[in-house]
Design a protein. Sequence first.
Length: 182
Amino acid sequence: MSVELISIEEAVKKASEYVHLVVKNIKEGEIDLTDLVYINESKGAELRKYSLNSDDIIIALSSNVGNSSLFDINEEDVQFTLSHYLARIKCDKRKINPKILVYYLNSKAIWKYFRVCETGKTKKNISKVYIRNLPILLDLDKQEEMLKKITRIEESISKIRSELKIYEMLREDITDKFLVGQ
């Protein structure tokens, strides 16, 4: 399967509504929306059946094997599809909470599992078979308890990140004033 890449400028001109997520967009358990790959309308329409839905989990099968994120983007005007180096996991919410599964996939214990299962010398890869056979060791009661604790921590992290952005903007302003003379 080939994907015709177009620049952001072309996408804006063509009003492309199709974003093709690649491995570099999955970082530290989150989706990085900088430096997106847009695809043309015809390829986007062809890949539409593979569009991501809320609560889908994205997992890297190559490069940064196992890096995972929950898809929770609610953009009605944009369709997100996956490169063939990424896979989608749909959860049975009666058995596991999708957020918990992402934490589980990004945990040190499961990363060790991925390191044992991955293949390749320079570019690491993992077969979907190993993802399907991944042992899940959490019962629902413990998942809810874990999620409550993690949610509080994530709220604190989000607050700190917001404060950090303010300081980063101040640093940029000071740098601009001294280097550019504004």
